[in-house]
Design a protein around this ligand. Structure first.
Ligand SMILES: Nc1ncnc2c1ncn2[C@@H]1O[C@H](COP(=O)(O)OP(=O)(O)OP(=O)(O)O)[C@@H](O)[C@H]1O
Ligand SMILES: [Mg+2]
Length: 267
């Protein structure tokens, strides 16, 4: 009897992502030191959130990890291989969805696919991604015909389209209203559940970090010193989805706000 044909590969059949290692990384602009000696290791499939005051160098760190900017010294490696520039193993997502207005949702997602895929596989993967982000019925819509949350979902699907080993997100939900932001957080978790990908997420939102991350780092400068380093690294307890009201998280929230220089009793 012939063996059954293998099912078409789905977005979910990823190998879980790469190990992302940032080692002794420093970045200066002229004589201004922005990052100083940052070390951070992400295990495959892990989600690490970066918190830090405005200007502490979060985006700079993410851009260097994504090969969009070069470190002054130090290294970034994926599974031991250095990142030296824009890298097909890495996908980036930003505050704004950055969609092409004249292309449909499906065609914007297709921009993220590897070139030269056979047409059938291309269509299968677009359908799969549309399903993943819940926009199957909006495939033919243009960006101006969908909401901000839908546009950000399309952007996420485009980032995932080439099945990256690492996803780097710079405040991806900050422009959305509070309710849509919570929905997007849940969506990101379910997407990563289906397609495990090592993820580094920059956010200003302590609760977002607590809800999504396996570990949280706080980036900031030591008093009187130039350049931000990792001030705190905490493991977030409990499996997701986490109870936003738990006492354990409340304690960690207070600790993180303290590390960010915000005294919750002052409000
Ligand atoms: N290309 C550049 N040239 C000169 N200075 C830069 C450049 N990029 C970033 N900087 C400086 O590096 C510092 C950190 O900027 P960065 O954008 O990484 O901060 P951030 O933590 O992402 O802030 P925010 O939370 O406001 O987004 C800032 O002082 C910024 O002015
Ligand atoms: Mg930034």
């Amino acid at each position: 009897m012939p063996a059954p044909a293998p099912a078409a590969p789905s977005v979910g059949e990823l190998d879980g992502g790469a190990q992302l290692s940032i080692h002794a990384l420093s970045r200066s602009f002229g004589d201004r030191v922005v990052l100083r000696d940052v070390d951070l290791d992400l295990i495959p499939g892990e989600l690490v959130a970066i918190l830090g005051a405005s200007g502490s160098g979060k985006s700079t760190l993410l851009r260097i990890a994504g090969g969009l900017d070069a470190a002054t010294s130090g290294t970034v490696t994926l599974d031991g291989r250095p990142v030296t520039g824009v890298d097909p193993r890495i996908a980036l997502g930003f505050q704004e969805p950055r969609l092409l207005p004249w292309r449909s949702v499906a065609d914007n997602i297709a921009l993220g696919l590897p070139p030269k895929l056979p047409r059938a596989e291309r269509n299968t993967r677009i359908s799969e991604l549309l399903r993943l982000i819940g926009l199957t019925d909006f495939a033919a819509h243009r960006p101006r015909e969908i909401s901000g949350g839908m546009a950000q979902r399309t952007s996420l699907a485009r980032a995932l389209a080439r099945r990256p080993e690492v996803l780097l997100l710079d405040e991806p939900f900050v422009a959305l209203d509070a309710l849509t932001r919570l929905r997007m957080q849940d969506l990101l978790l379910s997407v990563l559940d289906e397609a495990p990908t090592t993820t580094l997420l920059v956010t200003h939102d302590v609760d977002e970090a607590l809800q999504l991350a396996d570990r949280i780092v706080v980036l900031g400068a030591d008093a009187g010193a130039a350049g931000a380093r990792i001030q705190q690294l905490v493991v977030v307890p409990g499996s997701r989805p986490r109870d936003r009201g738990s006492a354990q998280l409340a304690e960690l929230r207070a600790q993180l706000l303290g590390a960010l220089g915000i005294d919750r009793h002052a409000h």
